[in-house]
Design a protein around this ligand. Structure first.
Ligand SMILES: Cc1ncc(COP(=O)(O)O)c(C=O)c1O
Length: 406
């Protein structure tokens, strides 16, 4: 396929999700923002909700807002997120902490639930925080980390996990969508393989939540964590979510005991007794101003529908790959994402020895992608706000700033 700009304008004209862009705060319509996979744009509903939390709930109602509006937010928003976007039931998801802390709690609880096993499986491609959390807990407990080597653009294959599984493995920790290549891992097959040796499977959903549908029950996932500031657009540092399958909740105990996770919190009683259910995964006072932003943001994604978001996402990344073929391949760029749209999340990564300079030049031209050391540029395509013409203009400008080989 060879694309003309007119052809791409037509894609925007018939896009069933095009109207959602108007629901976001966009003060510079010409800016080509291709970093929604790192920090999603602010929606108008979310801004209004945060302003109301500031002015009315904190400014006017003060401490009474805790009881009236805030105390049940982590589980209430967890229910909304779980039931609309994750394929979970109510009472299985809580929104709280950063992804790193949520991951730490989940990994520790899973390891405690398999006390006689001595190994954890994770991949070298995984996001740094996931690798560090696993390494830290393994070191504290004298466990082996079985590293799956870097897998390249196609992502970690099921066999690479299976080869490292046996009845010494307590847990697998993998990302549903690889943060660099966007490769989608086979969550069903890997979870099944982990279960076959009696291990638990923990999934990091940071790059899939809100853009690649997940059905945690159908996939039989044990634990999952993810952030809310990428495709869920809940704002910088917005809290993470933790999913714990209901039948595991009684067996798993998170390690950071604080008063928010205690049964009868306000009794201030001696000793620690966890709350029943998912509320036991809370620890301390949530950051309410960030937490309130998650609810309208999730509601907006749910309103648009993750299936239609996924359809547009596949088309956006397919357009990016077509334009890579049209312009970038001959300029020395290499595609670092899967070619099959079904195997790819919502970003496309390309690499080039001159990527760092190209990135700086792109910003000058009003395009914001994401640079990944040492030589990668990630083009994050957020279906509720990214236009097909943004993909066209962004890649055309990327081609224009690429030094031609002499
Ligand atoms: C896969 C993955 N896990 C975790 C994180 C971040 O963790 P935190 O929210 O604690 O910074 C990211 C952030 O980009 C990520 O991509």
């Amino acid at each position: 396929v060879s694309w003309s700009r007119a052809g791409v304008v037509e894609l925007d004209r018939v896009d069933p999700l095009a109207q959602y862009r108007r629901r976001f705060v966009i003060d510079d319509d010409a800016l080509v923002y291709l970093d929604g996979n790192s920090l999603g744009r602010l929606s108008i509903d979310t801004r209004d909700r945060v302003v109301a939390a500031l002015d009315q709930e904190w400014g006017h109602s003060l401490i009474s807002s805790w009881e009236d509006r805030w105390l049940d937010l982590p589980t209430r928003i967890g229910d909304l997120l779980g039931t609309t976007l994750l394929g979970a039931d109510t009472g299985e998801v809580v929104v709280n902490d950063s992804t790193t802390i949520a991951l730490y709690k989940a990994v520790a609880a899973a390891l405690d639930a398999r006390p006689h096993r001595s190994a954890v499986v994770i991949d070298e491609d995984n996001f740094p925080t996931d690798r560090y959390v696993v390494a830290s807990l393994a070191e504290q407990r004298g466990l082996d980390v079985r590293w799956i080597p870097e897998a390249g653009p196609e992502g970690v294959a099921v066999d690479a996990v299976v080869e490292r599984l046996d009845d010494d493995v307590a847990l697998t920790v993998l990302s549903h969508v690889d943060y660099r290549s966007a490769a989608i891992l086979d969550i069903d097959a890997i979870t099944k393989a982990a279960h076959e040796v009696g291990a638990l499977a923990l999934w990091d959903l940071c790059h899939s939540v809100g853009v690649v549908p997940t059905d945690l029950h159908a996939s039989d996932v044990d634990l999952a964590v993810g952030c809310t500031y990428k495709y869920l657009s809940s704002g910088p540092g917005a809290p993470a979510f933790t999913y714990v399958r209901r039948d595991l909740q009684a067996q798993l105990r998170q390690p950071i005991w604080g008063w928010f996770g205690r049964a009868d919190q306000f009794e201030m009683a001696p000793g620690y007794e966890p709350s029943p259910g998912i509320a036991s995964w809370l620890t301390g006072t949530p950051g309410i101003l960030s937490l309130v932003a998650v609810e309208p943001s999730v509601a907006l994604v749910a309103e648009a529908g993750v299936e239609s978001i996924r359809r547009k996402s596949e088309k956006l990344t397919a357009l990016a790959v077509d334009l890579y073929d049209q312009w970038l391949g001959d300029l020395g760029w290499t595609l670092q994402s899967p070619r099959d749209p079904a195997r790819r999340g919502s970003h496309v990564t390309v690499s080039h020895p001159a990527a760092r300079q190209a990135m700086a030049d792109l910003v000058e031209l009003g395009v914001i992608p994401d640079f990944r050391r040492p030589d990668g540029i990630r083009l994050g395509l957020a279906p509720l706000t990214t236009r097909y013409t943004d993909v066209y203009d962004g890649l055309q400008r990327l081609a224009s700033v690429t030094p031609t080989r002499s």
